[in-house]
Design a protein. Sequence first.
Length: 421
Amino acid sequence: MLAPRRILLIILVLLLLLLFVVVPGVSYADAFQDAARELAKKIVALAGPRQAITLSIRNNSSLADSEVSAVRRALETELGAAGLRLADKPNGALELRITLSENVQGLLWVAELLRDTSREVVLISISSPTAQATRPAESPFVVHTQLVWESEKPILDFTVLSAPDAEKRQLLVLSPQSISLFDYENLTWCLQQSLPIPQTVAWPRDLRGRLELSDPAFTAYLPGMKCEGRTGPSFRVQCDPVMQEEELWNLSGVGEDPVAARFVARRNFFEGSLPLAPKADLRIPPFFTVVALGEAENYFYWILAGTDGRARIYTEDVRKGQPQLTQTLADWGSELAPIRSECGRHEQLLATRPGDWTETDAVQAYELVDGKAVSVSTPTQFAGPVSALWADEQGDVVRAIVRNLKTERYEAYTLTLSCGR
């Protein structure tokens, strides 16, 4: 028979174990509730007390559905406590849109308050315990997303024009019909001017376009057309048709020189060659996107997403000459882009997954090791297909265009890569 003190000790240990098992996630709920309280105060300051509002929440972060539900409950509680009335229908109510996003620092909650023709924005940032708790040790890098712009109309490409004063940034957006310039004012993008693109040729069904920036000058590539413009001191653009044999697009490359490829306007892809002057051209199958990465001083990689649904990696030993095919992959999508980071070999590759325009998509980071792609991150999910990945001129940011299948809106994101430590 056990002594009374030993029995009490066993009971105490069991109670402590039960406490840790039953209450594992209190800190998450506390973080959401505190953030909801802070955001509610900012919203009331904009809307005024005792206003009726409709609430919608969109999740562009890594939070699970159950966590998004917890965020909604916390917001509804704190908005009600702050004096706002939640309405099911918009009859005379203000519209409140909450977007759950994330960046390098953690979670970012953006609140948009719409009334009549005005739109006001407030935001808060909080640390992301979920990201720290669920990140696998074997995936040392993390792909971060930042929503920059969204539109009901198609977006082909965009670029943010930086400025010493972040409040004076500008946004350049390429669409099938126009090139538009936005100013950053009061935490939102305001249209400064939109210039039409003359359509002198019939666009292909899945239209593609790319912006190349040399601030304040820029170039817009479109099928059968090239536009040259400037953002300042006055915004102007000149578009001219391009003959098929002259239609070279400057594409993504981490190196100092961009990769140039000939675009087949009527087919919406690039023909099977890359000019490697003064060497002979690299003859390859037709492709949608191409990335060039270097390794040390002797090796260079060409990575292409072919029109046959296969990605191919060509490894060039600069001491021996012509690149050789070293890997073929069937589990990548048609969009690839290079990216620089402080991690690993400092030059990585982002790739989408295979699918069509009716499926959600994901972007994953890879490194090239001995001519083979090695995954270095978990997939970052998107609510629709990724129609474009383009590397910024600096190399450490990738621009992504997504068509959200839930909202049917087009979204423009910037992607960055961190070491996850």
